[in-house]
Design a protein around this ligand. Sequence first.
Ligand code: AG3
Length: 281
Amino acid sequence: MKRFDEILHNGYSQSFEVTKVLFHEKTEHQDLVIFDTPIYGRVMALDNIVQVTTRDEYVYHEMLTHVPVLAKGDVTDVLIIGGGDGGILREALRHKSIERATMVELDRSVVDLSLEYLPEISNGAFDDPRTDLVIADGVKFVAETDKRFDVIIVDSTDPIGPGEVLFTESFYADCHRCLKDGGVLVTQNGVPFYQGDEVTNTYQRMGKSFVDNGFYTAVVPTYVGGMMALGWGTDDGEMRNVDVETLNQRFQAASLTTRYYTPEVHKAAFALPQFIIDLCI
Ligand code: AG3
């Protein structure tokens, strides 16, 4: 393979020069490829869609983790749905307040192959005694567990193939059930410029269970199309408005070193451009 073409959006693709293919196989659940590139370092794609690159993964993993954790404050229990590469787990465990990080991943191969070929993504997080890795269907897990969490992070694929069930009204309702009072759910919700329906659908479906729901944004270069929408659902309508000073105190107390997240970026991420507001109907 000389090039890898991601065809996610009809009629538009991104193309990587491939210097080496390290792994390519169909797992029990999806087609998984890992390859090296000149600009983005090592890349993992599932069903032909880029999931993670070693060059820009920090944007997504920091923003999907530190925003809910620092907005909520005093977080001890986190649930991660998906996220087999371990990037979210790594960021979550950087918070000393977190006593338990439960990660429910459908595809064991994603965890195993990430550990083998992309170890810097999880950076030891799977060996942390606070990690509870469950290989199972996230939909079933949230429907059945009697555990309760402060924060739930859904690090899924797009709503095509195995990830589709993680974008349903019943899944969001079950996540709501698994949150402690005042807890918060965040989700990967695609790139609104190309995936507008996904914004509208999630807005309506999450709205059935949460008092306050909407989106915040982050720009991940390899999730092409500009801003990515990250879903937000909580019954605490004030959580999205936590001021920069409070965020700063929590950020300092956690002594995090970040490459994208800052308390100011956190606050600003909730300011949506008009075309995204218009999709929230
Ligand atoms: N999961 C989110 C991939 C989304 C790609 N979607 C897109 N480009 N519209 C990433 C897994 C990282 N842990």
